[in-house]
Structure formats: C-alpha cells, structure tokens
Design a protein around this ligand. Sequence first.
Ligand SMILES: [Zn+2]
Length: 138
Amino acid sequence: MSKPPPRRAIRTTVSEPEPRPPQQFAPAGLRKLQYCVTGLPEISKVRGVPTRTCVGCRERGAQDLLLRVVAVTAESGVESVRPDPRRRLPGRGAYVHPRTDCLALAERRRAFTRALRRTGPLDLEPLRAALGVRAQGD
Ligand SMILES: [Zn+2]
C-alpha cells in the first residue's frame, strides 16, 4: 500500500553556492617554498613591464635592469660584443645583467655567441670594459 510520494518538481530559485573551504593543495610551508623556487610571484607582481632573460644566469628580469648587448663586426673582421644601454643599436640583441658573475656565466656557456646567432668567437673585451671587469687570466 505504498504510494510513491508526490514528486512535484519544485523549482526554487538558484540556491546559494556553498561556501567553499579554502583550498589547500599543500601545507603552507611547502607552498611558500615552491614560490621561492619558481620565483614567479616576483615577476607577476610587476605587470606591464617588459621582461628579458639574462643570458648569464637565465633569470628573467625587467628590461630596465638588464643590459642589452649586440654583436658588432669591426673592419678587421673581429666580432665583438658591445653594450647597448640605450637599446638603439640595430641587429639582434641579447640581454645580460650588468654583473660580473652573469658576464662570466654567459662567457663560459658561450651564451652570447648563441644568443646573437654568431658562429665565430666573440670578443667580450668591450663589454668587460664597460662593466669595469678586468679580464681574468687570458
Ligand atoms: Zn643574470
């Protein structure tokens, strides 16, 4: 004698979304660590600022903080890397932090040669001089 209960579709107004608990993907400590590793928030904080990648340490930074360099071929045929602080020189440019360590890193990896699409050796002396770095050894 059981009668199914009357199923009247009662259309209520859209129910309020359930309040969601704060999403926890990882313990706070771990999240913090990940931020430190990726360093992304640092960059995303600065909106609308063009960023470039340093050919030395491979870190991205605001264009203003990086020095543009271009390859210049002298009459003698020697190609050298020249700083282009005003970013006006024509041709392909590369960016590097104006720091000794980034310059050394880039040099060790031949990053300038690659970034500037050169095949031969590049004289970094003009760039070193501009940064006030003395050539080591050599
Ligand atoms: Zn760098």
